[in-house]
Design a protein around this ligand. Sequence first.
Ligand code: KIV
Length: 274
Amino acid sequence: MSVQAQNRRITVPQIKAHKGGEPVVCLTCYHAHTARLLDSHVDLMLVGDSLGMVMHGLETTLGVTLEMMITHGKAVMRGSKHALVVIDMPFGSYEESPAVAFRNAARVIQETGATAVKLEGGARMAQTIHYLTQRGIPVMGHIGLTPQAVNVTGGFRTTGRTEAEWPALEADAQAVAEAGAFAVVLEGMAEPLAARITAQIAIPTIGIGASPACDGQVLVMEDMLGLNPNPPKFVRQYAQLGPQIEAAVTAYAADVRGRRFPGAENVYSMKKAL
Ligand code: KIV
């Protein structure tokens, strides 16, 4: 039996089978240690381009490159063996044409070993989603608030607040599903619209600041762990790691300043004792 067969990951059809059933548990993940901690508890880990802001201190996701996504994607793959790993296509790597999108997405899949990619955009990206899925690359869609369009929209605003916006967003969801995406992220979307879309389309909807009616939820892991001092309003925090890290570092700094730290001789005497 091959190593791959023993360590079988959750598959795209298994995620699709969640439609209307048990919610899909997703979190973003950007590095190997956290991937190991998350792996058996989530169905899907997203190496999101939010890593530009979270890991690299960028203002928006627009400065994220394919190389950054591949580097973090490899780390998450090394740290995990169970969850499905999806990697975001960064701004500028897929919009030009389906062929360019395929070349870059194939690189992501080949170099990281991840299963699928995610890209932003509804009806306007349907042709590309179809092109990729027909050529062996599973795609997760992403509609509603699409952070890569921040310069066009003028900010990170909730979508679908007025009913006049609904038909275009419903058409986006339908187009993404019909193009062959296996799931779609609904980000920053008014609750009744996200619930309507979830009832209308045949693939799982993964909400973030959307609706509990969605087929699953994704959060940025650092937001829910309390590492972001200004998390989005909708985020429930399950830990306060920011203050805990600060307390630990304060204690560490006091130890070092008081010369309460082991030197090489301690390691030597520990070895002798063994
Ligand atoms: O980049 C990201 O983390 C995302 C999620 C917020 C869905 O796209």
